[in-house]
Design a protein around this ligand. Structure first.
Ligand code: AMP
Length: 274
């Protein structure tokens, strides 16, 4: 991959990059469609990264379907699918990790210790291997995108980081490879994440800005869904991820909720001008 990237660069071609863990769905394709017109060569990586999974998380059962992923990539005119072996990315002995401080120490970072260290490390390595000019990440993983932007800046990667909006199923559930784990009943209950964010948006539009109030309204709605267990509800500045007492323009409201065994995340950025 590195020598292919080098020769593309020698030919003056721009490289666009969409990192994924595979089991591709419409949201991944939306990121490819953002990158495609902005580059000469589009690279999609498929790598289920072991270092971003905790010991009791779903690394072993994370869904994989390379044949279908390949079809999707062909349909989106992807030039290169980079699908490295685990041992090639983490050649033993392996000792180097990237920690983006502050942003990794809140929200998902609290309930998934080490998760963002794994994410930042693998993205850093993939950047060094794929050598892209631009890379696209999804806003569903909002905190992840903030962390990647900070790492790119801090480590002087000469890469433009773009983000794509959350892609949802017709009923509002944010697309995720993990939705596959949900039983039909859980799938219905999972709608409460998006519904609670819509409720928050509505309340803010009505002029109710107090974060504690919005938090408790979200909490009440989610708790009505039997079997839904809140991991966190964060009402924070979308740039600094610091908690806000009042919801303002560009406030990020982000949730993590367990539906049965499946941990789901969703978020919205409040636009007051709308
Ligand atoms: P994953 O394969 O889950 O690691 O995701 C690969 C990329 O797709 C990441 O940048 C995610 O943020 C993005 N992504 C996943 N689901 C969605 C979604 N529903 N909407 C927007 N982006 C998404």
């Amino acid at each position: 991959m590195q020598s292919v990237a080098d020769s593309l660069r020698r030919e003056g071609k721009t490289i666009g990059f969409v990192p994924t863990m595979g089991f591709l769905h419409e949201a991944h394709l939306s990121l490819m469609r953002i990158a495609r017109p902005k580059c000469d060569a589009l690279v999609v990586s498929i790598f289920v990264n072991p270092t971003q999974f905790g010991p009791n998380e779903d690394f072993d059962k994370y869904p994989r379907d390379f044949a279908q992923d390949e079809i999707f990539c062909q349909q989106e005119n992807v030039d290169i699918i980079f699908c490295p072996d685990k041992n090639c990315i983490y050649d033993e002995p392996y000792y180097t990790y990237i920690n983006v401080e502050k942003f990794s120490e809140t929200m998902c970072g609290l309930s998934r210790p080490g998760h963002f260290r794994g994410v930042a490390t693998v993205v850093c390595k993939l950047f060094n291997i794929v050598k892209p000019h631009l890379a696209v990440f999804g806003e569903k993983d909002y905190q992840q995108a903030v962390i990647i932007k900070q790492m790119t800046k801090d480590l002087n990667f000469d890469i433009e980081i773009l983000t794509g909006p959350i892609v949802r199923e017709p009923d509002g559930l944010a697309m995720s490879s993990r939705n596959k784990y949900l039983s039909p009943e859980e799938r219905q209950k999972a709608l409460v994440l998006h519904k609670s964010l819509q409720l928050a948006e509505r309340l803010v539009k009505e002029g109710k800005n107090d974060s504690d109030f919005i938090h408790s309204e979200i909490q009440n709605l989610i708790e009505q869904a039997e079997g839904a267990v809140i991991d966190y509800i964060a009402i924070v500045d979308s740039k600094t991820l610091e908690p806000l007492k009042e919801v303002q323009d560009n406030t990020l409201i982000a949730l993590a909720v367990k539906i049965g065994q499946t941990r789901l995340i969703d978020n919205t950025v409040i636009q007051k001008a709308e």
